[in-house]
Design a protein around this ligand. Structure first.
Ligand code: SF4
Length: 328
């Protein structure tokens, strides 16, 4: 159900709808806490391969506390502590870390690990895997790296036609990146089935609960919103999908911002209802800043529109499970 603001006087038409669920998912929470706890337990520096999660604020905050972000394992001094990001890594990266005698902590989201395990199982059973996902995304690189010889990336609907014809002769199954648009993925899968009649579906959907819940929630506010502001970083796949989903669901305009300071005054011209949400790697403090920015312009009393309750949590990597004494 949508709520209507009934504030008197000048702002009677201005309202803000805030989607719920939004922000941190269980996998991001676990990954960020992994780095925090590693810093507490081992001291600085703790190295992190790639951005622990795709959010500028989170990365900058952890860097200030002593985390050092690197692109590859060979940038890490021998014997150091290295955290693998929430997006997962290929077996080749694990091997390279082992050669350097790095003490690794794996913050890969368990829902990404589930897709890795599916790739291994289907490859073992003689399948070729059509992996729906975005080229160059770290998660896709890690997942495909489990069985690179039999994994074929399908990036968008155009990717279906680009697949080689000889795959008609092979056992085929499709899997996907965890942070895609549900609707767009179903469209791609439909095209895959049209081209490969014998294509097998996976046992369960790979698009994770958090991605799906945030898309359902933004849909619930988008149809009533003139403008939807999505808080998230440009390299965050699930955040970018929220902008697309908002536009498809009826928002007149939608923008992705890291910080409130990136919102442009002109976006509010002719706007009565602003929708606000955030990607799965975004701390709530950044949403609060956006709501304050809007309130200062007459968009007050935000109303939350809740479409699901989330209670999922994931256990930390084993070495870091002791109770915390000084959580920052
Ligand atoms: S968005 Fe989904 S797959 Fe990615 S970290 Fe969060 S729960 Fe895990």
């Amino acid at each position: 159900m949508l709520y209507t603001m009934t504030s008197p006087e000048t702002n009677e038409h201005k309202r803000v709808l805030v989607a719920a669920p939004r922000g941190y998912c269980a996998g991001v929470d676990r990954a960020v806490e992994t780095v925090e706890r590693a810093l507490e337990k081992y001291g600085s520096p703790v190295y992190v391969r790639k951005e622990i999660v795709h959010n500028r604020y989170v990365v900058d905050t952890l860097a200030e506390r002593g985390a050092i972000f690197v692109d590859e394992t060979n940038e890490v001094p021998e014997g150091s502590h290295l955290v693998f990001s929430a997006h997962g890594v290929s077996p080749a990266v694990h091997e390279s870390a082992a050669k350097l005698d790095l003490k690794t902590l794996d913050a890969t989201c368990p829902l990404v690990t589930k897709v890795h395990n599916e790739v291994k199982r289907f490859a073992r059973d003689g399948f070729h895997i059509l992996l729906v996902g975005h080229e160059g995304h770290e998660e896709v690189e890690g997942t495909a790296g489990e069985a690179p010889d039999v994994t074929h990336l399908v990036d968008g609907v155009e990717g279906v036609a680009a697949l080689p014809e000889w795959l008609q002769e092979e056992k085929l199954v499709w899997l996907s990146q965890t942070t895609l648009s549900v609707d767009e993925t179903m469209e791609i899968v439909k095209k895959l089935h049209e081209r490969f009649a014998h294509l097998q579906d996976p046992p369960s959907d790979d698009i994770c609960y958090a991605t799906q819940n945030r898309q359902v929630a933004v849909k619930a506010i988008a149809a009533e919103s003139d403008l939807v502001i999505v808080v998230g970083s440009q390299n965050s796949s699930n955040s970018k999908r929220l902008v697309e989903v908002a536009l498809q669901a009826g928002a007149r305009a939608s923008y992705l911002v890291d910080y409130a300071s990136q919102i442009e005054e002109s976006w509010l011209e002719g706007v009565n209802t602003v929708g606000v949400t955030s990607g799965a790697s975004v701390p709530e403090i950044l949403v609060r800043d956006v709501l304050e920015w809007l309130a200062a312009r007459g968009f007050e009393n935000p109303k939350e529109v809740t479409t699901a309750a989330e209670k999922i949590t994931f256990a930390l990597p084993r070495d870091l499970r002791a109770p915390r004494t000084n959580k920052a």
